[in-house]
Design a protein around this ligand. Sequence first.
Ligand code: ATP
Ligand code: MG
Ligand code: FE
Length: 339
Amino acid sequence: ELVLGIESSCDETAAALVTGDRKIIAQRIASQDEHHAPYGGVVPEIAARAHAERLAPMIEGVLKDAAVGLSDCDAIAATAGPGLIGGVMVGLVSAKALAMASDKPLIAINHLEGHALSPRLADPTLDFPYTLLLVSGGHCQILLVEGVGRYRRLATTIDDALGEAFDKTAKILGLGFPGGPAVERLAREGDGSAVPLPRPLAGSKEPHFSFAGLKSAVLRAFQSGNYAPQDIAASFQQAAIDCVTDRLRFALMQHGTTPTLVVAGGVASNAAIRAALEDLAESYAMRFTAPPPKLCTDNAAMIAWAGCERLGQSDPLDFVARPRWPLDPEAEPARGAGV
Ligand code: ATP
Ligand code: MG
Ligand code: FE
């Protein structure tokens, strides 16, 4: 079994070929960081244009790398949302054209499902159900992953995503874009207890996350001139870790444990967060697993793998790209905020 995967929902243009027995036989990825860096964030129109320029040669490239043709593929899987709609449309329309030309099934993938199932690509022993912390640029959720397409959202953020908080902290500290890796690097040189910062919603009896107040406190600490940047970075990261572990403890207390605790999404590439989650899992007698960092940030292998997990399914060629697409459609809005 072989699936071609396409990802274009944010600022990574990517294509990959993945087999049903978890081999990534080819993958290419082009980041647009230098396009967006001058603006301090992803500009949707610039992103869509860059995807449109790069995607077709990239797909041709991965097929060449693996020395296979579309006729060797069992399906074409593409991110169909959620994300920046112009970019999503570029990837989805390309996938439709390839599916039509090769008479192969199209599989429309939820980008969040790509993140949610990516740990199973990396770890063949990971079975359902598992407790997942999904932390990325646009999302911060705790999910009970019961099976493919079966996700129960236990918690979400009422304001910013965790990756967004890292990016805003980086911006405050003048570390540029994207911010997560830069904050992590600087934090290694700092003291995580040097700057008093809040742990929003820690100890709360509602299950959700909040990071807006933390970001504002980082801004005030920076503007006070009383703290070194590396101490602010380290203290921010420590506060983020404390929030995440507190909210996970609450979720595990409310819903019980599963055999495995899992983290995925771009922020899951953070080594300090991974270490803290590993400790947390151990204290609950849970196994811990996380994909390698390259499978945490946006990539097409996770989309191809989600296609492998859904092989046999086929979506219509008029499938419409979705700017919003919650993994758990039954989840209540958190205080009327994000899904
Ligand atoms: P979503 O998946 O919610 O649509 P996205 O696709 O933009 O959002 P990802 O590519 O999954 O997000 O993750 C990008 C985010 O991860 C950015 O906010 C980035 O700062 C953050 N990130 C990446 N590496 C690290 C790191 N080492 N430490 C902390 N954050 C990181
Ligand atoms: Mg990116
Ligand atoms: Fe993502």
